[in-house]
Design a protein around this ligand. Structure first.
Ligand SMILES: C[S@@+](CC[C@H](N)C(=O)[O-])C[C@H]1O[C@@H](n2cnc3c(N)ncnc32)[C@H](O)[C@@H]1O
Length: 336
């Protein structure tokens, strides 16, 4: 098993260096001498190490909303026998999926593999595993590091696919690792179709307007923090990511947090460089063939606007109605 203690993970099939070339403007701005793939991985690993200790607090809203999404995605596995499911969680981070899946699939998980390229994230995941009622193993690496003898009945990715630059190769490996009648399920990724979605565009404008007071409050909070020398979590993460990158010689000029996010959240729209276009249902369908789509839903119908009433209630209502105009999506795929 390879482990990722360098910035050079195993190559995924089919895609190559050219995909990473989209990072060139950000690379030029920070004076890196690394090749584009190495630059991506240096930023990815430094950012997620810096983020690890803040992750669950910063993403508490997302984590609280996971059960309703994953109940839908895992519904076909409810007929599985006790202890029969061999589960792989890719990009497990600090292990939030352990509790979600345990609560939904109760005693059906036989064993679990938690995979992440980041040592800090994996360490936090391992610390939680004592609470889960199934044996677990922890592997530092990416999906193509798993050996050919591996086979799984369930592969999950929560908030991971948008980090995966070589998405086609990733999907082909995921498909190959699934057992017959196995399931691949993923959630919390940006919908490519959202770029052209007029309904979403109008809803987001209304929500932004209704939330403009929150921007004012946010700016005032930032000013207060600066005056009180009490930095926000995102400025701590930005500083620590840059500290690691500068110390290793990966960059010469510090990146700002929006550039760091653009590199790590590679497929997310509206970021510096503007190369992120979201992930489309049709590209996934072609990359994952012969898997068949079982579930597809969208959510985050107002983007910024879900945080306060009445948007929170309308978000719930639209999710239950399976409204197709969300910014984010979840999907599951089954092997024949
Ligand atoms: C946003 S966190 C999600 C963590 C967890 N799945 C959750 O739902 O909270 C993304 C995780 O994906 C990992 N990651 C980044 N690039 C990856 C890749 N190419 N393959 C697999 N995991 C990756 C990161 O190290 C990080 O732990």
């Amino acid at each position: 098993m390879n482990s990722l203690n360098s910035t050079q993970p195993a190559l995924l099939p089919r895609q190559g260096e050219w995909v990473f070339e989209k990072l060139r403007p950000i690379m030029d701005a920070c004076g890196t001498a690394l090749a584009p793939r190495d630059f991506h991985w240096a930023v990815n690993l430094s950012f997620h190490s810096a983020e690890a200790e803040h992750y669950e607090r910063e993403h508490s809203a997302m984590i609280g909303a996971l059960p309703e999404k994953w109940e839908r995605l895992l519904a076909p596995l409810q007929t599985s026998h006790a202890g029969s499911i061999r589960w792989l969680d890719v990009g497990c981070g600090p292990g939030v999926m352990g509790r979600v899946v345990t609560e939904i699939l109760a005693g059906k998980i036989g064993c679990a593999t938690f995979l992440d390229p980041n040592a800090e994230m994996l360490r936090l995941c391992e610390a939680k595993a004592k609470l889960w009622p199934f044996p677990s193993r922890f592997i530092q690496g990416i999906i193509s590091d798993l050996g050919p003898g591996e086979e799984f009945d369930l592969i999950t990715c929560n908030s991971v696919l948008h980090h995966v630059v070589e998405l086609e190769g990733f999907c082909r490996v995921a498909e190959a690792l699934l057992a017959a009648r196995g399931h691949f399920a993923h959630c919390y990724d940006p919908r490519r179709e959202a770029l052209e979605d007029r309904v979403l565009y109008r809803r987001r404008r209304v929500a932004r307007f209704a939330h403009s007071w929150r921007d004012v409050r946010h700016r005032m909070g930032e000013m207060y923090r600066q005056a009180a020398h009490s930095p926000s979590p995102s400025s701590l993460i930005e500083a620590e990511t840059n500290r690691q990158l500068l110390a290793s010689g990966a960059i010469r000029i510090a990146l700002d947090i929006r550039e760091i996010w653009a590199v790590t959240d590679f497929h997310v729209h509206d970021q510096p460089g503007n190369f992120g276009k979201g992930i489309s249902e049709s590209e996934l369908r072609s990359y994952l063939a012969p898997l068949r789509r079982q579930e597809y839903f969208s959510y985050s119908f107002f983007d910024l606007g879900n945080a306060i009433p009445p948007f929170r209630q309308i978000e719930q209502f639209l999710f239950k109605r399976r409204d197709p105009h969300g910014l984010l999506f979840g999907a599951s795929w089954a092997k024949p």
